[in-house]
Design a protein around this ligand. Structure first.
Ligand code: ATP
Ligand code: MG
Ligand code: MG
Length: 554
């Protein structure tokens, strides 16, 4: 790769290699907290870390940052593993911060013995009041100078379950005057009488994020610990905690920060996504409208399209908002190459071909994918009565309307040229049927002069008698606002789009009968669709992944 294509984190790594850091010692991790499902923001971090692993042939651990039993569950662990695998990545080893609870505890004892940590027995309100402000020094806790013996006794008591939640905490003794508020004697442990999804009730004290993360990186010998910008201020503390334990013969992990990726017209925060589920705005974390990996998968997104999206937007130093149309572009681009073309009509208008013999049918050849010759062809039935889209017919229209109008011809995809002669209306004036005649010599692919005749406009259609009825779910943006969670005086829930889901009945060519759940197809001229898990052999259910064109850009 050329120097230019490196992102700024890769430049940092290259610099380290130039300065003598061994390439063999490079090691990365992706560290999700199992308190929800992964979303498209996490995909950026996954592609970054696993991408570095591939680039440098270095191991990448999947590490669950599971230090808060109140919010974490095995269900999320399983889902996260499934999603990372589905995205196409392999971790070196599966790790849990909870595997290190004993080591972290032992190190904490060491800090206490060295006079670098103490038990504070104030309330959280009292401690908060002593924190000070960034420009004003904090006040030292009256418990700051407890003896080592007393600290050890209390800490052991905390571990043994002798105290209620909130009675005591272990704090690092750093600097109550630091300009970095995080350095003002941060809490290392708190009592939580909660069972943990892995350690069960073995522990009733749990380590805080800052005390856990760097030490876990060190235990795993992660060389570059990449996190999002909100942790930039934590770096000083990350380093301080490492200083207490590192052995100079071992790799000392380095924290570096990159910008969070925000996607327009949605929210990328597990906490906020959880609210959408809890309030019933969507039916689950896997609702196709959710920006979760599992929601996108159900919507019909391919792993390739998500990886390409992450690669294209790259890594940034400043927080930013990426328009969701970039994600849609990637899925369209990928599905265009791989998705078979089929015909389906979503808003049907009946067309009767009056010169086609009654009761007859024929099965015509249809190419599966013009982008992929190997995809072959299939047969589609044609008969006297077909459906076309309502919007593809007008009694009269100007010259730019290259669809069906009275007295004009169009080609039916994979079939014949037809000409509209008359139409029928109901009492309200709605068109209910169009009568056409067809040119029997114009069959697509037959090689006749008539079959090669150029007519403006090609329509998709289905034979009514053979059509399969399907439930088709059409999705729109989940929020009407571009950045729903950035308004100071309004809750993001106020911007939920009330019309984000529309369910209709579509009529599909019979080849779609036994498609497997998840199969992606292009409904010609309409967009990309995939088979939803709700689909059964009695009732097909399709999700619209994305339209053929970016309809929002107009
Ligand atoms: P959330 O607020 O959604 O819970 P989080 O950062 O708390 O996100 P974690 O499970 O702790 O979620 O994140 C795992 C990794 O993914 C972290 O390194 C985190 O920085 C990264 N990450 C999370 N959200 C984004 C995002 N929007 N863009 C880039 N990276 C992200
Ligand atoms: Mg988190
Ligand atoms: Mg979070």
């Amino acid at each position: 790769d050329s120097e230019k294509s490196l992102n700024f984190l890769e430049h940092i790594i290259e610099e380290d290699l130039k300065n003598g850091f061994s390439k063999d010692a490079l090691r990365f991790r992706f560290p999700p907290e199992p308190n929800g499902y992964l979303h498209i923001g996490h995909a950026s971090s996954i592609c970054l870390n696993f991408g570095l692993g591939l680039r440098y042939k270095a191991p990448v651990n999947l590490r669950f940052d599971d230090t808060n039993p109140a919010k974490e569950e095995q269900e999320f662990v399983d889902a996260i593993k499934r999603d990372v695998e589905w995205l196409g990545y392999k971790w070196d080893t599966e790790r849990y911060a909870s595997d290190y609870f004993q080591q972290l505890y032992d190190w904490a004892i060491l800090l206490i013995k060295e006079g670098k940590a103490y038990i504070d027995s104030q309330t959280s309100e009292e401690m908060a009041a002593q924190k000070g402000t960034p420009t004003e020094a904090g006040t030292e806790s009256p418990f700051r100078n407890r003896s080592v013996e007393e600290n050890l006794k209390l800490f052991e008591g905390m571990k043994a379950g002798k105290f209620e939640e909130g009675m005591h905490v272990l704090r690092a003794k750093i600097d109550m005057t630091s300009s970095n508020m995080l350095m003002r004697d941060p809490i290392m442990y708190r009592v939580l009488h909660k069972a943990h999804h892995r350690t069960n009730t073995d522990w009733c004290i749990y380590p805080m994020y800052d005390w856990t993360h760097g030490e876990s990186d060190y235990i795993e010998q992660v060389s570059h610990s990449l996190c999002t910008l909100e942790f930039a201020m934590h770096r000083e503390l990350y380093d301080w905690f490492l200083n207490q334990v590192v052995d100079e013969n071992k790799v000392r992990p380095k924290q570096r920060e990159f910008a969070r990726r925000n996607l327009s017209h949605t929210v990328v925060s597990k906490r906020k996504l959880a609210r959408l589920v809890e309030d019933g705005v969507v039916d689950s974390w896997h609702d196709p409208r959710m920006p979760t990996i599992s929601g996108l998968r159900r919507r019909g997104y391919s792993p390739e399209s998500i990886r390409n999206f992450a690669d294209t937007i790259g890594i940034a130093k400043r927080d930013n908002l990426i328009d969701v149309s970039l994600l849609e572009f990637q899925v369209r681009d990928h599905l265009n190459k791989v998705a078979p073309r089929v015909m389906g009509v979503l808003d049907p208008l009946k067309v009767v071909i009056t010169n086609y013999p009654e009761g007859e049918e024929e099965w015509l050849d249809a190419e599966n994918n013009p982008e992929d010759e190997a995809a072959g062809s299939r047969k589609v039935p044609f008969s006297r009565e077909i459906y076309i889209e309502k919007e593809d017919f007008r009694e009269e229209a100007n010259k730019k309307f290259f669809r069906l109008k009275l007295g004009k011809e169009v080609r039916l995809k994979n079939a014949y040229i037809i000409k509209a002669e008359s139409c029928t209306k109901d009492t309200e004036g709605n068109i209910t049927e169009v009568q056409c005649i067809y040119d029997p010599k114009s069959k697509s692919g037959s090689g006749t002069e008539e079959s090669l005749r150029k007519v403006k406009g090609t329509l998709h259609w289905v034979s009514i008698e053979h059509a399969l009825e399907a439930e088709v779910r059409l999705y729109d943006r989940l929020f009407t606002d571009e950045s729903p969670d950035t308004h100071k005086d309004k809750d993001f829930m106020e911007f939920v789009n009330p019309d984000s889901l529309k369910t209709i009945t579509g009529y599909l060519e019979p080849s779609m009968k036994d498609l497997k759940v998840g199969t992606q197809v292009q409904f010609q001229r309409l967009g990309y669709f995939c088979v939803d898990p709700d689909s059964t052999s009695e009732k097909l259910v399709f999700n619209r992944t994305v339209g053929l064109r970016d309809s929002w850009a107009k």
